[in-house]
Design a protein around this ligand. Structure first.
Ligand code: GLN
Length: 288
């Protein structure tokens, strides 16, 4: 290949991705070509418009990346980064790719933390994965102390790398299990937040990116999807001070089940919140 125009490369990429039924071929082609050339999506679009070209070596790298995406490897595994709120998180095999809907869950936790009158409110993120929610809290509520727990060794490595890259001093990462973690924090937290696995075991996701590349431990929550939620509800009651807030992400069909479960465990005021696509996405409740 000589030095092809970026616009021509994009056309080839979009065509290959469309034929592989990738959901957003134009966006993904632009993001992959930008990744290979070191440009943002906007910069790439501008360069393509004015007729810029790529070296044959970069063109080859782009077509390799497109081939991986056409095989339905997640875009974020190919570029190595996932955007989450203002963060660029490193992700890859072994860790759940943060989703846009979880940004609204993080917002609920941020609002709850900001409402705490204490000069150093404490938040716990249970099952932090890449560290997405915990790092959003630690950076956006700088006076908070954030503790993030993860029990998957492979995911923990990504969380540690992200914490180091973001460079926060108010985040403590703990490699442990939900059931035993943080005995020192019982009765000491103001906010507990989690995006737990909540897909029912037999509701295997259609998208190969999710089914084949997100860790099963981050997706499936037992027969009704709520096994980990039940454990979280009990554990969060021990962590929170009276009046403390619990924020749990869940599936769009699970709002009522979450409210019922939390009310039965003694939580006050369970309320379900929608994400940006107006789907039920998180339920909050107050420790009595
Ligand atoms: N939201 C996930 C998905 O879209 C489901 C599991 C989770 O987030 N905890 O596949």
């Amino acid at each position: 290949m000589s030095e092809p125009a970026l616009a021509e490369l994009l056309r080839r990429g979009v065509d290959l991705l469309s034929r592989a039924r990738v959901p957003s071929p134009q966006a993904d082609a632009e993001l992959l070509l930008g990744h290979v050339l070191g440009f943002s999506r906007g910069e790439l679009q501008a360069k393509a418009l004015v007729g810029a070209q790529a070296s044959s070596e970069r063109a080859r790298a782009f077509l390799d990346a497109v081939e991986r995406r056409a095989a339905r490897e997640p875009l974020q595994h190919i570029t190595g980064v996932a955007a989450f709120r203002h963060l660029q998180l490193r992700v890859g095999p072994g860790v759940f790719v943060p989703r846009p809907e979880t940004e609204t869950v993080a917002q609920l936790a941020i609002d709850a933390l900001l409402a705490v009158p204490s000069p150093a409110p404490v938040a716990i993120d249970l099952g932090t994965g890449s560290g997405a929610i915990a790092l959003a809290l630690a950076t956006e509520v700088a006076h908070a102390r954030v503790i993030a727990v993860e029990n998957s060794a492979r995911a923990f490595v990504w969380a540690r790398e992200n914490a180091a890259a973001v460079g926060v001093s108010n985040l403590r990462l703990v490699f442990d299990d939900l059931a035993h973690c943080l005995p020192d924090l019982e009765g000491a937290a103001d906010v507990v937040v989690s995006n737990p696995p909540y897909i029912p075991d037999d509701a295997v996701p259609r998208d190969p990116e999710v089914r084949l590349h997100d860790p099963a431990a981050a997706l499936y929550g037992g027969p009704d999807g709520l096994d980990v939620v039940r454990a979280l509800s009990h554990r969060a009651l021990t962590f929170l001070r009276p009046g403390g807030a619990l924020i749990l992400e869940h599936g769009e069909q699970q709002g009522r089940a979450l409210r019922t479960l939390l009310a039965a465990d003694g939580w006050r005021d369970p309320v379900t919140h929608k994400d940006l696509t107006r789907r039920d996405r998180a339920t909050t409740a107050t420790r009595p």
